[in-house]
Design a protein around this ligand. Sequence first.
Ligand SMILES: C=CC1=C(C)c2cc3[nH]c(cc4nc(cc5[nH]c(cc1n2)c(C)c5CCC(=O)O)C(CCC(=O)O)=C4C)c(C)c3C=C
Ligand SMILES: [Fe+2]
Ligand SMILES: [Fe+2]
Length: 353
Amino acid sequence: MESPVLLPPVTGTKSPGKTGVLIVNLGTPDSPSVPDVRKYLREFLMDSRVIDIPYIQRSFLINGIIAPFRAPKSAKVYKQLWAETGSPLKYYGHVVERELQNALGSEYVVKLAMRYQSPSIKAGLDEFQQLGLTDIVVIPFFPQYASASTGSVYEKVMDIVKDWQVIPAIRFINRFLEHPKFIEGFVQLGRKYLSTYEYDHVVFSYHGLPERQITKGDVAHNVCQFGTCCESLHAMNQHCYRAQCFETTRRLVRELGIPEGKYTTCFQSRLGRTPWIKPYTDDIIRELGAKGVKSVLAFSPSFVADCLETTIEVGVEYKELFEAAGGEHWQLVESLNDSPLWIETLVDLVKTA
Ligand SMILES: C=CC1=C(C)c2cc3[nH]c(cc4nc(cc5[nH]c(cc1n2)c(C)c5CCC(=O)O)C(CCC(=O)O)=C4C)c(C)c3C=C
Ligand SMILES: [Fe+2]
Ligand SMILES: [Fe+2]
């Protein structure tokens, strides 16, 4: 009698065969047209992790205000951002997808996905399923954890695979602000500017967040008071997005050798009237101008690719604000995009996941 062929037992989380790597950024409209921007904003802002108010109110806000009024304004700004290669967020996403695939080799299948719009997370996961991959690494492209960004990617992935007969072993990357190569990537980009010009001040502007979203994730209760408590990252506050941003700045200034008093951490892109995490970048810019600061180098280290929030908000709008406040020279440090150290960071994240 023929003896049965036994496969080796699956131990740990790594199953036999190739590993699927899903890299996920936030998303961007398919084009800068008003209907496409409206479609994108609707999907994005109807996410209850992004606008975390009851469904009826959220729906009223999106359909009554954002879709009719904000979408045409945003479309104009997206037209300014749009390159021949389309949205930089998606363009660099595809470049990184290719370069990461080359760096990881044939044992891995790398797919780019966007949390909102295209290419969708479902399309990427469906492809892994068709290829029979049951070992998956998901890397949300957000250096710091927030429920509205990383949390939302986790939720979407789990919502899709929950109906599969064979649920794959999935390893999620929670955050990577501590990764030395991620830090070094921004340091190298920044040095290019710091070595050729003596800036009066350096600004680290992160995407903002409503304060209540941090309070809701404050599992140790009232650890975050939105003040100096966020200036160190430790076991009790490690899920605090604001504290993670201050930690990112600390690591960057240490490597760049920027002295105390010569830099500021602040938060941009607030929406609505509820309090968002402070200090607000626009307030800081006005204060710097009033103090006679003439030149600023601006980093945007909550993003790994150029996008509306970096190129336009920091690179164009904040520059105008700084000049109106008496400043003379405002320089944005571009994002990691397809820089070799960013690809190396991703390789490390996959291999140590
Ligand atoms: C309540 C609103 C928002 C929260 C919370 C929020 C969190 C958040 N967002 C990012 C990353 C990106 N956001 C981008 C654009 C963008 N964000 C919001 C609102 C919230 N974001 C809006 C309304 C927009 C669109 C701008 C407009 O049209 O007016 C982008 C850029 C996308 C692009 O196409 O270039 C990114 C990236 C993070 C990381 C985050 C939580 C920390
Ligand atoms: Fe955002
Ligand atoms: Fe905090």
